[in-house]
Design a protein around this ligand. Structure first.
Ligand code: 5AD
Ligand code: FES
Length: 360
């Protein structure tokens, strides 16, 4: 016990072995770890939990990740692509309901028409909200030129999960082709940073073949990349994907959940001033999953404000929560949930990552 509590009192940097001990913590050690992470989150990022309205505007995707429910080869997915006007209205809804920022997320597409369309859409949203609404993009790998154009048009944060920082594991989770190149993904992450975006990345926890020491390496990777934001959560099987065949050796859901909270907490110790999201996938396992993450180091929550009729088609994994609720239900239940954690919802503010401004 003493060695572990001494470890938590350190300011870092932490070694791989120390991080592995944190990720595997149970019982009294785990409680101590979570308390420390919560303390650091409030100290460095404040008592407010910032909200980002998540708009999953299309499930069309050019890629074929083996774990993902909206992968190109999934013939069972009904594909949708919201009209620009609908996306704009949803953004205005967020603005009117005091959400300081939105996340525009979709399957990956990089054809010139799509790039132009996003460019125009960003400008339209900025204009309609007097520049007040913050915009984060989560649109996969793009060229440097595209990242720059979208940045110039008003996006200021970009999320691109590395999914796993372990090269061999990455290969096992993706087809072996130029669309799914590990080095290219890291290069894209660098391009995002160099363009000037607040840069977010993250990984999945409990993937087939993944070990605790891989997860420790993932944390060190995020530190090394010096990211400003992280979203990470448990891997959850989607039955219509190739990886569903490898469900036998998986960690039980409860363990994937517990490890996810430990990962969030350990990351908070490692990078005290970044934004860490309480991922939606946590809620697919435990109805209070995101709230628990807010008590173990997370400070961001992303309510889904996608128009309800399309939510059931954006199924990245099975049992995805809130797929049959309207946006209103989600927002009001969320405010209540945040209050239950003893924190306050940060309204109207962009809620930028303190880390970004310390570096720049
Ligand atoms: N389980 C958990 N998370 C998943 N994602 C995709 N498929 C799954 C799954 N089966 C995550 C990926 C992606 C994000 C948008 O959703 O990490 O980056
Ligand atoms: Fe769409 Fe992986 S399946 S990005």
């Amino acid at each position: 016990m003493n060695a572990f509590s001494d470890l938590l009192q350190q300011d870092g940097p932490f070694t791989k072995e120390q991080l592995t001990a944190m990720i595997g913590a149970t019982g009294a050690h785990q409680t101590l770890l979570h308390q420390k992470a919560n303390e650091l989150a409030v100290k460095h990022c404040g008592n407010e939990v910032f909200l980002r309205g998540l708009i999953e505007f299309s499930n069309k995707c050019r890629k074929d990740c083996y774990y993902c429910g909206i992968r190109k080869s999934n013939r069972h997915t009904k594909r949708y692509d919201l009209a620009d006007e609908t996306i704009l209205q949803t953004a205005l809804y967020a603005h009117e309901n005091n959400l300081g920022s939105i996340v525009l997320q979709a399957g990956e597409r990089n054809d010139p028409l799509f790039v132009d369309r996003m460019d125009a859409l960003l400008q339209a949203i900025k204009k309609a909200t007097n520049g007040e609404l913050g915009i984060t993009l989560s649109l996969g790998e793009q060229s440097r030129d595209t990242y720059q154009r979208w940045f110039n048009s008003g996006a200021h944060r970009y999320l691109l999960r590395i999914e796993t920082s372990h090269r061999d594991l990455y290969r096992q989770l993706h087809p072996d082709d130029e669309r799914h190149d590990f080095e290219a993904r890291i290069e894209a992450l660098r391009a995002i940073k160099e363009t000037g975006y607040q840069t977010g990345s993250g990984i999945m926890i409990g993937l087939p073949g993944q070990r605790v020491d891989h997860l420790a390496d993932d944390l060190l990777f995020l530190k090394e990349m010096d990211v400003d934001m992280v979203g990470m959560g448990p891997y959850i099987v989607h039955e219509q994907t190739p990886l569903a065949d490898q469900a036998d050796g998986l960690w039980p859901l409860s363990q994937r959940f517990s490890m996810s909270l430990n990962m969030i907490a350990a990351l908070r110790l490692l990078m005290p001033d970044i934004n860490i999201a309480a991922s939606t996938a946590l809620q697919a396992i435990d109805p209070m999953g995101r709230e628990k993450a807010l008590k173990t180091g997370a400070n961001i929550i992303m309510p889904n404000i996608t128009p309800a009729s399309n939510r059931k088609d954006y199924l990245l994994y099975d049992n995805k929560p809130c797929t049959d609720e309207s946006a209103d239900d989600c927002l009001s239940c969320l405010n209540m949930r945040i209050a239950l954690t003893g924190r306050k919802a940060g309204l109207k503010a962009w809620g930028d990552s303190p880390h970004y401004f310390k570096k720049n």
